[in-house]
Design a protein around this ligand. Structure first.
Ligand SMILES: [Zn+2]
Length: 245
């Protein structure tokens, strides 16, 4: 699996770009860092990052992010209680926020449609990635075999420790549960959230070679990104952006 989130040090874009998606020439993508900090619930605070990508305020669409499994078309009234956005219209920048949760970027290369969804542990267990693909199929005729998926920086298996009840939810939600769970001597479990999402998406027909993971643990890299867990419930977030150009 390729690893291609590239940090633009000292360059114009204030964050990571995603060559696996950008090099198709169909989309513009980004994931912000601590530079130009973004605050939870403060949409204005994303503007510097968006501006660094030549994306303008009138092009930006957000959603509510309630740790659910709902994916909606950008701009619809139901964006309030959704955790995923999709569109097939160029010039609409889909923006979601993260600090440890998993950003999932989707590009349907054939139909030129995009989505981004917010997969915390609850969203992961609720199969938000699979729901995103199903919503794209319904709206745009998306075939998973024609899609590229990028999985952004998120808390890694090294740091994401949970109690047994949460681990059991993963065991129940995924037949491959034992592959992404690791039992520790203290009675707790470590979970590989990015891989859980990758495997779930593979189960939907996404080709492994079309899945690109950042392999960047937010909790291990607080010099670059924020970590909700490591930094005591910080209100700071990173913004994930994808837009058809
Ligand atoms: Zn870590």
């Amino acid at each position: 699996m390729k690893n291609n989130f590239i940090l633009n040090k000292g360059e114009k874009v204030w964050g990571y770009t995603i060559p696996s998606l950008d090099e198709t020439g169909i989309v513009k993508t980004g994931f912000s860092t601590r530079v130009g900090a973004v605050d939870k619930g403060d949409r204005k605070s994303t503007l510097n990052f968006c501006h660094s990508m030549d994306i303008y305020p009138e092009e930006i669409v957000f959603c509510g992010q309630v740790h659910g499994d709902k994916v909606v078309m950008a701009g619809s009234e139901s964006t309030v209680d959704a955790d995923g956005l999709m569109t097939d219209r160029p010039g609409i920048a889909l923006v979601t926020f993260y600090a440890d949760c998993v950003p999932l970027y989707f590009l349907d290369v054939k139909n030129k449609a995009i989505a981004v969804s917010h997969a915390g542990w609850k969203g992961t267990v609720a199969h938000i990635g699979a729901n995103t693909l199903q919503a794209m199929h319904k709206a745009y005729g998306t075939d998973p075999r024609e899609c590229i998926v990028a999985i952004g920086p998120s808390i890694g298996k090294c740091c994401f420790e949970v109690d047994p009840p949460v681990a059991r939810k993963f065991g129940r939600a995924f037949e491959f549960g034992s592959d992404i769970l690791e039992h520790r001597d203290n009675g707790k479990y470590h979970i590989d959230l990015a891989e859980a999402n990758a495997r779930d998406l593979e189960g939907q027909g996404i080709l492994r070679r079309n899945i690109y993971k950042a392999n960047i643990c937010t909790s291990c890299n607080t010099d670059i990104v924020y970590s909700y867990r490591r930094e005591g419930g910080t209100p700071k977030r990173m913004a994930a952006i994808i837009m058809l150009v």
